[in-house]
Design a protein around this ligand. Sequence first.
Ligand code: ZN
Length: 232
Amino acid sequence: MINPHQTLFDDAQRIVFLTGAGVSTASGIPDFRSASGLYNQNVRAEEYLSHHFWVQHPDVFYDYCQENLYFPEAQPNVIHVKQAAFTQQNRATIVTQNIDNLYEAADAHHLINFHGNLYDLYCTKCQQAISYAEYQTTRLHQVDGGEIRPRIVLYDEPIPSQAAQAAVQAVTQADLVVIVGTSMRVYPFAGLLDYVSQETPVIVVNQEPLTLSRATLDYIGDATTYFASLQV
Ligand SMILES: [Zn+2]
């Protein structure tokens, strides 16, 4: 197919991609919000992935993450690759809710990991960076017994101010905004749309139409098809 929005991309210099789980499902990473609990089918991901749960049950948190979040074999797909290509031309910024490291694997520049990165691991006792290989074998730092955790934003934790400010600046200056693979229902990420100028076109690429506070240009369907047809 010919991408229906090719001209908009061709004319844009400050594109912002606002992305979520739907970008990585084609790489085999399921949306963890729909994953079932390991120990109790009634416990939701939001409960497991909270700071208070991690403090109370670090062993369960660890098992949950290993089982549901980490897919080290996953590779970037055409959506990551095309978006990364725009960033490499200094024409785009990616603001993603994904924590899977696939934009890094696609060599994206101008990347804002709004919710952190699963592979950015550290010991909470001595703050030392820990490799994923070590975390795979143990949740405790060998040196001091400290709990290791990923630098991801848990449900009861705030967005790091640097990421939040950078994201707001990017959307404020955007001349094209492209929402991909996210329902835009999780705040404060969803609130980024409020900073987009009324003159800036907003494209939605998603499996279902979204109900947003402003008019959008919609592509309802498979995002891999959409990005495969897009010329960078
Ligand atoms: Zn330590």
